[in-house]
Design a protein around this ligand. Structure first.
Ligand code: FEO
Ligand code: CA
Ligand code: CA
Ligand code: CA
Length: 598
């Protein structure tokens, strides 16, 4: 086992030094294994992975591509087993196919890509007397949902004219989920999945609303519109309004149709995470990952019920259909002249201030009400970014994951970077986004008034201003900077049972690979950030799940480096030279079997 280390409880490990190895590296005394890779069969009848003979039918029964959000849920009555739920955000055809011609994808290649998107549910089992975690093939709860599976639109937009198409005149039945990035686990045993960069799949946009969502005017890079007209806005203008939602999946019911909850608004949802009010109503936080976009919360008007009967489950699956959607506005407490765009701390010693949740629209059982002048409630929910613009919300540096700390209730927002802040005519630095051309990002800590998640007022401060700690424009909650790991581009966040914040990164601008970091949020070690692992060449660290005895990460897009192809791989992780690079889930545990970091 590892030698005893100083640090906050849960973070007593030797930090992993920054590196550029084509490997997952973990602290001394820790072990790892690959739990499941892209292409491993999980459903009955699915064949073993054979990248030279891949088919859409095979892929639909196999683990998908580019795993992102992960949840590990209990499996009652099954010893040493848990249920893994994973997002498959997107595909990288150049690394999936030996003969891919980006100008002329084949129908089979496109259909494989559809089958490699979506969600996966797969039982996992801990090997007897080792920390290894392996997938259980053909478990009755194993499931794949893809870009062609059936989903149901629920909430205030279901049935609206804005979401009707020629294939679905009811405006309630959608085929597929796309670009599921991060997500969340609910207290009632379901999972939430954010549909993020859905704009890239749709061709021939042109309306002002399309433009605000980054939907291009010509062909798409993927060219799916050649194979299914619903991806061509010139032919199906409303199909794009059926993506960009938060999906809820009941992973314990393999026959259930997952829902797209329209009351949570439509934008590039990075994640959706839940905290309950004292009277049992869920509050869901969600960020919109775009430069100068907003973060939001939804406060349900319905209370969660306890129990596992069908009526209780049905009730809980409707919790996110009624309530109010809010957007965040932040005001700094230092004079504007104190914020010069370099990241220098203001004279009061902190980037901090107060904030307001501005209501945008309320959905009820009897209809929906808009709180934004000039927009109907349906428009607010479908064109939520425009509602945020009108409400005067604060333009942030790419809000990625946002999550409440289950121990303290404080909410953490990862702001990954913003190359355009203060550049040209773009908005200048403010106290909540204090660096121009922000390369390394920051993490905001938000305290709801009276620590109640439904409050409409909050206080905030920057918890971390990321970068090389030797760079004066960095800040680690006031902790001495000679004792912390360098970090760049915070993306996904998670918490352990001690209330420590775990942060994974995407696109480190420090010349080393991305990784996973733990940092104390309380006590005298608050701000002591330590790197726990690094990921292979070209990969982003996703997922993270931190249990007492195990850490799980999704290694997303390994080998994604300009110019890399199957024939010229930048990475051959996890199986080494001569093999296809494969996105995969990795488990890490202590060799001596004790808890992580104690
Ligand atoms: Fe898919 Fe914002 O990361
Ligand atoms: Ca201040
Ligand atoms: Ca992300
Ligand atoms: Ca990201």
């Amino acid at each position: 086992g590892p030698r005893p280390q100083k640090g906050a409880r849960g973070l007593r490990f030797t930090p992993v030094p920054p590196n550029t190895r084509d490997a997952v590296t973990v602290p001394d005394g820790y072990r790892q294994n690959v739990v499941i890779r892209w292409g491993e069969p999980i459903l009955r009848g699915a064949p073993a992975f054979d990248p030279e003979r891949q088919s859409a039918k095979a892929q639909a029964g196999q683990f998908g591509y580019n795993c992102d959000f992960l949840a590990l849920l209990p499996l009652k009555g099954e010893r040493n087993r848990q249920l893994l739920v994973a997002n498959h955000e997107y595909t990288d055809e150049i690394l999936m196919f030996r003969d891919y011609d980006p100008e002329n994808p084949t129908r089979e290649q496109v259909e494989i890509a559809w089958a490699a998107h979506g969600l996966a549910v797969v039982a996992v089992e801990e090997e007897h007397r080792s920390g290894r975690l392996t997938a259980v093939g053909r478990h009755h709860l194993n499931r794949r949902l893809t870009a062609t599976s059936e989903f149901r639109l629920t909430g205030p937009v279901a049935g609206s004219d804005l979401v009707k198409t020629s294939a679905d005149p009811t405006g309630t039945r959608v085929l597929g989920t796309l670009n599921n990035c991060s997500g969340g686990t609910t207290p009632w045993g379901t999972t939430l999945h954010g549909e993020e960069n859905f704009n890239q799949y749709f061709a021939n946009g042109g309306r002002a609303t399309d433009k605000r969502y980054g939907i291009g005017t010509g062909a798409t890079e993927r060219k799916w519109e050649r194979f299914d007209k619903r991806f061509d806005l010139a032919q199906e203008p409303n199909e794009v309004h059926r993506f960009g939602w938060v999906v809820e999946l009941d992973p314990y019911d393999p026959d259930s149709t997952p829902r797209k909850h329209t009351a949570l608004g439509r934008f590039k949802h990075e994640a959706a995470t839940v905290r309950l009010t004292h009277d049992g109503r869920p509050v869901v936080y969600s960020g919109d990952d775009e430069r100068f976009d907003y973060f939001y919360k939804f406060v349900s008007s319905k209370r969660m019920r306890h129990g596992s009967g069908r009526a209780v489950r049905e009730h809980n699956l409707s919790l996110l259909d009624e309530g109010t959607l809010y957007v965040a506005k932040l005001t700094g407490d230092s004079p504007a002249g104190d914020i010069d765009g370099t990241g220098k701390l203001p004279n009061d010693g902190e980037f901090d201030g107060s904030g307001e949740w501005i209501p945008l629209a309320t959905a009820t059982a009897h209809g929906a009400v808009s709180h934004v002048e000039g927009m109907t409630a349906e428009e607010v929910f479908v064109f939520t970014r425009l509602a945020g613009d009108k409400a005067g919300a604060t333009k942030m540096d790419r809000p990625e994951d946002i999550e409440p700390n289950p121990v303290t209730g404080k909410v953490y927002v990862a702001l990954t970077n913003n190359s355009n802040r203060g550049v040209g005519s773009h908005p200048k630095a403010d106290e909540a986004n204090p660096r121009h051309a922000n390369k390394h990002g920051h993490v905001l800590e938000l305290t709801e008034r009276f620590n109640r998640p439904e409050s409409t007022r909050f206080a905030w401060s920057l918890f971390l201003v990321a970068g090389d700690p030797q760079d004066p424009a960095t800040y680690f909650a006031g902790f001495p900077k000679d004792a912390v790991s360098p970090i760049s581009c915070p993306d996904n966040v998670a918490f352990d049972t001690h209330g420590n914040l775990w942060i994974s990164t995407d696109g480190s601008a420090l010349g080393s690979h991305d990784g996973l970091f733990g940092v104390a949020t309380r006590g005298e070690r608050r701000g002591e950030l330590k790197q726990f692992l690094t990921v292979p060449t070209g990969a982003e660290t996703c997922g993270p799940v931190v249990q007492d005895r195990r850490v799980l990460v999704a290694v997303q897009h390994p080998g994604e480096v300009d110019g890399a192809t199957v024939a010229r791989p930048a990475s051959t992780w996890p199986d080494g030279p001569g093999s296809y690079v494969r996105p995969a889930v990795v488990a890490v545990w202590r060799a001596d079997g004790r808890d992580i970091g104690v």
